[in-house]
Design a protein around this ligand. Structure first.
Ligand SMILES: NC(=O)C1=CN([C@@H]2O[C@H](COP(=O)(O)OP(=O)(O)OC[C@H]3O[C@@H](n4cnc5c(N)ncnc54)[C@H](OP(=O)(O)O)[C@@H]3O)[C@@H](O)[C@H]2O)C=CC1
Ligand SMILES: CC1=C(/C=C/C(C)=C/C=C/C(C)=C/C=O)C(C)(C)CCC1
Length: 317
C-alpha cells in the first residue's frame, strides 16, 4: 500500500522493454516517492520485471493483471487500486506493425488500433473521472516519433500513434481546466522486443497480393535503412525511462517530449513547409536516393540538430 506522500503510478505493458524499465526506475527512486503498480496482460511474464525490481517488489512495486484491449480487465484493474486513487497513469502498452499495406489484413490493423489507440482511450476514460474529482493527476502517453511524422511501410502503426496524438492534443486543453496534466513521450527507435518482434514478423511474411517492385522496395531498400537507423539512433529503455521520470517530476511538464534530438530536424521539416512537400520529398530522397549513404546522412542529421535550424524553422522571424 502507498505511504502518505507517495505518488501512485499505474503503468501499462510492464512485461518487457520501456514499461518494465519505467516501473523499475520509479520503484527504485532513492527518495521512495512512488508506489508503482506495474501491470501486464499475462502475469506469467512477470519474472523479468521482478528480477530487475529486486527487493523493491512488495515495497514500492506491486503487480496487477491488465489487458488494455478489454473493457472488463481495465475496470477490474482500476477497481483493485486502493480507493481507485491513481496520481500518474503511464500508458505504455503498444504493438508495432510493419510491411506493405496490401499484405496486412484489416483485422491485424484493427488489433493495432485496439491496443495503441483504444487501449489508451479505455485507460483514460476509466482513470480520468477520479482525477477530475480530485482536481489533480498526470496522464503520460508513450507515443512515438511516428506519432508526429509518418514513416514509409509503418503506415498503420503511424496512423495509430497519430490518432492518439490527436486525441491527446484535444484532451489536454480540457484536462488543464481540472489541473490534470497530459504529456506525450515521443521516442525514435529503441532497442526492445518491439524491434525483435517486428523483424520476426517480417521474416515470416510472404507478401500476398503485393507486386514485386513494392516487395523489393520494402525488403531491399527500407529494411536495410531501418536497421541502419536503429543502429545509429537507437536508444535504450533506460534512456526513455529517465526521460519519463524527468517529465513526471517537472513542475510544469511539457506536452510533447521527443526523446532523441536527432529527430528534431525531421519533425521540423513538417512545420517549415505547410504544403507537406518538403517532408515527403526529403523522406523520398533519404530512402530511395541516399539509402546506401545512410551513415553519411546520419552525420548530416546530427549536424542539423544544432539550434540554428530550429531557429530558422520555428521562429517567425
Ligand atoms: N521500441 C521502439 O522503437 C519504440 C517503441 N515505442 C512505444 O513504446 C511502447 C512500449 O514498447 P516497447 O517497450 O518498445 O516494446 P515491447 O514489445 O518490449 O513492450 C510492449 C509492451 O506492451 C504490452 N502489450 C501489448 N499489448 C497489450 C495489451 N493488449 N494489454 C496490455 N499490454 C500489452 C506487451 O505485453 P506482452 O508481453 O503481453 O505482449 C509489452 O509489455 C509502445 O507503445 C511502443 O509503441 C515508441 C517509440 C519507439
Ligand atoms: C528516419 C528515416 C527512416 C526510418 C526511420 C525509422 C526506422 C524510425 C523508427 C522509429 C520507431 C521504431 C518508432 C517506434 O515507435 C527511413 C524511412 C529508413 C529513411 C528516411 C529517414
Amino acid at each position: 500500500m502507498a505511504n502518505s506522500g507517495q505518488k501512485v503510478v499505474l503503468i501499462t505493458g510492464c512485461s518487457s522493454g520501456i514499461g518494465l524499465r519505467i516501473a523499475v526506475t520509479l520503484a527504485k527512486d532513492e527518495k521512495k516517492r512512488y508506489h508503482v503498480i506495474a501491470t501486464m496482460r499475462d502475469l506469467k511474464k512477470k519474472d523479468k520485471l521482478l528480477e530487475a525490481a529486486g527487493d523493491a517488489y512488495g515495497k514500492t512495486l506491486m503487480l496487477l493483471p491488465l489487458d488494455v484491449c478489454s473493457d472488463e480487465s481495465v475496470k477490474e484493474c482500476v477497481n483493485n487500486v486502493k480507493d481507485r486513487h491513481i496520481d500518474i497513469l503511464i500508458n505504455n502498452a503498444g504493438v508495432g506493425l510493419l510491411g506493405p499495406v496490401e499484405s496486412i489484413s484489416i483485422d491485424e490493423m484493427k488489433r493495432v488500433f485496439d491496443t495503441n489507440f483504444f487501449g489508451v482511450v479505455r485507460m483514460i476514460k476509466e482513470v480520468m473521472p477520479d482525477m477530475k474529482k480530485r482536481r489533480s493527476g498526470h496522464i503520460v502517453v508513450m507515443s512515438s516519433v511516428m506519432g508526429l511524422q509518418g514513416v514509409v511501410f509503418n503506415d498503420v502503426y503511424t496512423a495509430s500513434k497519430f490518432a492518439m496524438e490527436g486525441f491527446c492534443e484535444s484532451m489536454a486543453v480540457q484536462l488543464l481546466k481540472f489541473n490534470i496534466r497530459l504529456s506525450m513521450i515521443e521516442p525514435g527507435p529503441v532497442h526492445t522486443e518491439f524491434e525483435t518482434k517486428m523483424m520476426e514478423d517480417v521474416a515470416k511474411m510472404d507478401f500476398p497480393g503485393v507486386d514485386a517492385d513494392t516487395v523489393r522496395y520494402f525488403k531491399d531498400v527500407y529494411l536495410p535503412s531501418s536497421i541502419d537507423i536503429f543502429e545509429a539512433m537507437g536508444q535504450t529503455p533506460e534512456d526513455i525511462a529517465k526521460c519519463t521520470k524527468v517529465v513526471i517530476e517537472s513542475e510544469r511538464p511539457r506536452f510533447r517530449n521527443l526523446t532523441n534530438s536527432l529527430y528534431t530536424p525531421i519533425v521540423a521539416l513538417k512545420y517549415a513547409d505547410e504544403t507537406g512537400g518538403l517532408s515527403v520529398n526529403t523522406f523520398y530522397n533519404l530512402l530511395f536516393n541516399f539509402g546506401p549513404l545512410m551513415h553519411i546522412t546520419m552525420s548530416i542529421l546530427k549536424c542539423l540538430t544544432c539550434s540554428c535550424l530550429r531557429r530558422r524553422t520555428i521562429s517567425p522571424n
